[in-house]
Write a protein that binds this ligand. Structure first.
Ligand code: TRP
Length: 460
C-alpha cells in the first residue's frame, strides 16, 4: 500500500495531524486525570513526558511512516520480515479496539449534551433545587442531569449508537474528503471558543484558587502512580504508540521537517489541554467541587455547564461547544478505527466495506457494556476499576507505553540507523542537530524510562 499522495500544504499537514491528536483526550480525559492525580504536580510530570518522551517517539513514528510509507503493522512486516517483530504490530490493533469501545461512549455523551443544549433541557432546573443556595442549586441541577444523561440505561446508549453509525458512514465513504475538510474549519473555531471560555472562567470569584491547584505544584504529590498516569495521558493525547501517526506521516512530502512538525503538533495539543485546565479548575473552586470524590466525567459534564450558565445565551454556547467537541471526537474515533480496519483490509484482503462492518458491529455490544458500567453495571469491578475505567487504564496507561517501548527499541537497536538519520535530515538536505539527541533518547532513555515508570507502582 504505497502512498503517493502527499498533503497539499504545510498547514494542512499540521492541521490533519493535530486533528487526530486533539480530541476527548484533551478536553475530557486531561482535566479528569489532573484532578485525580493532585493537580499541578501531575501537570509538571505530564509536560516532562510530552517533551522528553512524546516528541522523540513521535519523530520516530514519523520517520518510520515517511521512510517506509506504510502503517505501523506494515512497517514491522517490511523491516523485520518473518521475525517475531510482527507481534509488536498486533498490540496497536488490540489497544486501539479497547480505546475505541470507551471513547465512542464519551463521544455519544458529547452528542447527547449537544442535543439537550439545543432543546434547552440541560439548563432547565427541576423545582426541588430552589431550596439550595445558588451555587449548590447549580451543582445539584447539573449532577442530576449527568445522572440522567450518562448513568441511565438507555439514553446514553442511543446517542452512542448514533455516534457509531456516523463513524461507519464516514469510514465507508472515505475519510479525507468530507470530515477532514470540515474538521480543518471547525478545529480553529473550537480553539477560539476555548479562549473565550478561559476569559469567562478566569473572571469567576475564586479563579485564583483554582489556578493555584492547576499551576502551583506540590512536589510531595508526585508518586509512581501519578507518573504512570501522566505518561499514559501523554501517549493517549498525542495519539502515540499505535501507528496512527506513522500512517499520516506516510503522506508527508519529502521536505517536511519532522522535528519541527512533532514539536508543533505536541505544543498545540498541550496548549488545548492547558486551556481546558484554565477553564475547568477556576470553575471547580468557584462552584465548590474541589476535593469531592468525583468521577472523571463530572468535570466536563457538570462543571462546564456551570460555566455556560454564567454566560448570556447559555444554550447557544453549550450547544456550540459540544458540537465542536463531537466533531473533534469524530476525527479521533475515525483515526482509531482506521487502525483495525486497515489491518483487516491488508492482512485478510477483505473489502473496505466488509472490513468497516466487521470492525464496527461488535462495537455496538462493547460500547453498550461500557456505557452500562457507568450505571447499572457499576458494581462489576476489575482490579477495583469499573469496566469502563479498566479498559481505559489498561489500554492507555499500559498498552500505549508498551507499544512505544517496543517501537523505540525497534528503531534504536534493530532498524538501520540510516532510516532515522535520512528522515530527520531530509536525506542530507538539512542539518538536524536534534538527530543525535533523538537517536539517543530512542535507543536508551525511552525504553529504560518508560519501563521504570510502568514498573514503579509494583516496587512498594
Ligand atoms: N489523541 C486523541 C485524543 O486526545 C485520541 C486518539 C486518536 C488516540 N487516535 C489515537 C489515542 C491513537 C491513542 C492512539 O482524544
Amino acid at each position: 500500500m504505497k502512498s503517493k499522495d502527499t498533503f497539499g500544504s504545510k498547514i494542512a499537514l499540521v492541521a490533519a495531524t493535530v486533528g487526530s491528536a486533539v480530541g476527548l483526550g484533551n478536553v475530557w480525559r486531561f482535566p479528569a486525570e489532573t484532578q485525580a492525580n493532585g493537580g499541578a504536580a501531575f501537570l509538571l510530570v505530564y509536560i516532562a513526558c510530552v517533551f522528553l518522551l512524546g516528541v522523540p517517539v513521535m519523530v520516530g513514528e514519523f520517520a518510520l511512516g515517511r521512510g517506509i510509507k506504510e502503517d505501523a503493522v506494515g512497517v514491522y512486516r517490511r523491516l523485520a520480515g518473518k521475525t517475531p517483530w510482527w507481534l509488536a504490530g498486533t498490540l496497536p490493533i488490540i489497544a486501539s479496539y479497547m480505546i475505541l469501545s470507551f471513547y465512542i461512549v464519551v463521544a455519544g455523551w458529547t452528542l447527547e449534551y449537544f442535543f439537550f443544549s439545543v432543546t434547552g433541557d440541560l439548563f432547565q432546573s427541576s423545582s426541588e433545587t430552589i431550596a439550595y443556595s445558588w451555587g449548590e442549586a447549580c451543582d445539584v441541577q447539573f449532577k442530576e442531569k449527568m445522572t440522567e444523561y450518562i448513568q441511565s440505561d438507555f439514553k446514553p446508549i442511543i446517542f452512542t449508537f448514533i455516534a457509531i453509525i456516523l463513524n461507519l458512514l464516514i469510514l465507508v465513504n472515505g475519510v479525507k474528503k468530507g470530515i477532514g475538510k470540515i474538521s480543518n474549519i471547525l478545529m480553529p473555531i473550537l480553539f477560539i471558543i476555548l479562549l473565550l471560555f478561559c476569559c469567562v472562567s478566569l473572571s469567576l470569584p475564586k479563579a485564583t484558587e483554582g489556578l493555584k491547584f492547576f499551576m502551583s505544584p506540590d512536589f510531595s504529590k508526585i508518586t509512581p502512580m501519578v507518573c504512570v498516569n501522566a505518561l499514559g495521558q501523554a501517549f493517549f493525547s498525542l495519539s502515540l504508540g499505535m501507528g496512527v501517526l506513522s500512517t499520516s506521516a506516510s503522506y508527508f512530502p519529502k521536505d517536511t521537517k519532522l522535528v519541527t512538525t512533532a514539536i508543533t503538533v505536541s505544543s498545540l495539543d498541550l496548549l488545548v489541554a492547558l486551556m481546558m485546565g484554565v477553564i475547568i479548575f477556576p470553575a471547580v473552586t468557584s462552584f465548590g467541587l474541589l476535593g469531592n470524590e468525583l468521577e472523571g466525567a463530572t468535570l466536563v459534564f457538570v462543571t462546564l455547564p456551570q460555566v455556560f450558565s454564567q454566560m448570556h445565551f447559555s444554550e447557544f454556547w453549550s450547544a456550540l461547544f459540544f458540537l465542536l467537541l463531537f466533531v473533534a471526537a469524530l476525527t479521533s474515533t475515525i483515526s482509531i478505527a482506521e487502525v483495525t480496519i486497515k489491518f483487516f483490509e491488508d492482512r485478510f484482503k477483505v473489502s473496505r466495506i466488509k472490513s468497516c462492518i466487521l470492525v464496527i458491529l461488535p462495537l455496538f455490544i462493547l460500547s453498550s457494556v461500557c456505557s452500562l458500567s457507568q450505571g447499572t453495571l457499576s458494581h462489576i469491578k476489575i482490579f477495583g476499576y469499573s469496566i469502563f475505567d479498566a479498559l481505559d487504564a489498561c489500554s492507555s496507561n499500559i498498552m500505549l507505553p508498551v507499544g512505544a517501548i517496543i517501537m523505540s527499541i525497534f528503531i534504536g537497536w534493530y532498524v538501520d540507523k540510516k532510516v532515522l538519520k535520512d528522515e530527520m535530515t531530509n536525506h542530507g538536505e538539512i542539518n538536524s542537530i536534534m538527530y543525535p539527541i533523538v537517536a539517543f533518547i530512542l535507543k536508551w532513555i525511552a525504553p529504560v524510562l518508560i519501563t521504570i515508570v510502568l514498573l514503579s507502582p509494583l516496587l512498594k
